[in-house]
Design a protein around this ligand. Structure first.
Ligand code: NAD
Length: 359
């Protein structure tokens, strides 16, 4: 029996989480779910959207699966998702994007793995509000040391990228490539413009690549990478990126395989791992039993593999593959039109997958 922290999240989170725990349990693997809520409702009740009890639970269990959590835009508390990754030092965000036969997409045979650095870059959360003391101090220093000016009505976000942080994420990408017999790692950056942050990322990546002579290494500038992925995604394999580009490219890659409803993920550190879909809380669909649970279920497949439950992972993956291929019990986003009356419900997808696994 595995004790796993379960964070249902908010918006559509609880619905996709319920569907996911049902199919995970149907594999025959036994789970003791340690349910921990986080997010806005918890913030209203406990004054902190990510209370210590949640972090303690994950530290104890070493493994968690979570639904998406809403982040207020512009004001309010900082992202619980980002805070979780930083507090537990889950430095690697692993997001495989693979085509499933039967999924409606403009592309076939996509097989990409995004490895996104999860703790640094513009996501570090070091920000200074317009007119604040911090902003004034930074503007003063920059003007003194660089002889450049920053408009005084600016807000400022800091972009730290370290040798330590880059070395470990690039090594993670190569180790993943080695373990899964992948042929190439592409480092994605904007080192031509941000010479000392992205430039450092590229330089460290080049050094790390020397330790893996059997795996091809190349680099691409982020804007070119976007175009290349749309035009010839088959040329790429494992991509390693700083945090912000990794976030954006993850959604682009999800678009290539048929949307966010099919894009799973994992946040992995040296001590703990938290599995979650790439998508957010899609608040407009909350409570409708309508959205696609497959991204979270596929994150569950990743969790089973992480636990060494390979047979259960294969069984769930093949039931999901077969439901997608048949195209009958799939949600609206996988139907020819979004108002297709035959669209399956979130819980109905779980029922269909359980039937496949148990027959
Ligand atoms: P989103 O991923 O929630 O939704 C964007 C659109 O994608 C939806 O309107 C819907 O059309 C589609 N979509 C998403 N998930 C789907 C699913 N399972 N099935 C079918 N269609 C799906 O992105 P957003 O609207 O930018 O963000 C909403 C909230 O989620 C924000 O507060 C954001 O901060 C948060 N968020 C959380 C996480 C996380 O918890 N890790 C990740 C991304 C965004």
């Amino acid at each position: 029996m595995y004790r796993v922290t379960l964070i249902p999240g908010d918006g559509v989170g609880p619905e996709v989480t319920e569907a996911t725990t049902r199919v995970l349990e149907a594999t025959g693997v036994e789970f003791d779910w340690d349910i921990q809520n986080a997010g806005e409702e918890v913030y209203n009740k406990e004054g902190n959207p990510l209370p210590d009890r949640v972090l303690e639970s994950i530290k104890n269990n070493k493994i968690a699966i979570k639904g998406p959590i809403t982040t207020p835009v512009g004001t309010g508390f900082r992202s619980v998702n980002v805070a979780l990754r930083q507090s537990l030092d889950l430095f690697s965000c692993l997001r495989p994007c693979k085509s499933y036969s039967g999924a409606r997409t403009k592309y076939e045979n996509i097989d990409l793995v995004i490895v996104r650095e999860n703790t640094e870059d513009l996501y570090a959360g070091i920000e200074y509000e317009k007119d604040s003391e911090g902003t004034k101090a930074i503007i003063d220093i920059v003007e003194k040391i660089s002889n450049r000016t920053i408009r005084h009505d600016s807000g400022i976000s800091i972009k730290p990228i370290s040798v330590f942080g880059t070395d470990r994420i690039v090594r993670f990408a190569f180790e993943y490539a080695k373990a899964t017999k992948r042929r190439k790692v592409t480092c994605v950056h904007k080192a031509n413009i941000m010479k000392f942050s992205d430039g450092l990322f590229l330089e460290v990546a080049r050094q790390v690549a020397k330790d893996y002579p059997d795996i091809e290494f190349e680099d691409k500038i982020i804007d070119n990478m976007c175009m290349q992925l749309v035009q010839k995604p088959e040329l790429y394999d494992v991509l390693v990126l700083p945090n912000l580009y990794g976030d954006i490219i993850s959604d682009l890659a999800a678009g290539l395989i048929g949307g966010l409803g099919l894009a799973p993920g994992a946040n992995i550190g040296n001590e703990c791992a938290v599995f979650e879909a790439t998508h957010g809380s899609a608040p407009k669909y909350k409570g409708l039993n309508k959205v696609n649970p497959l991204a979270m279920m596929l994150s569950g497949v990743m969790m089973l593999r992480h636990l060494g439950e390979t047979a259960a992972a294969e069984s769930l993956d093949s039931a999901i593959t077969s439901v997608i291929q048949e195209g009958k019990n799939v949600t609206y986003d996988m139907k020819p039109t979004h108002d297709d009356p035959t669209a399956e419900t979130t819980s109905g997808v779980a029922d269909a997958i359980i039937t496949k696994m148990t027959n």
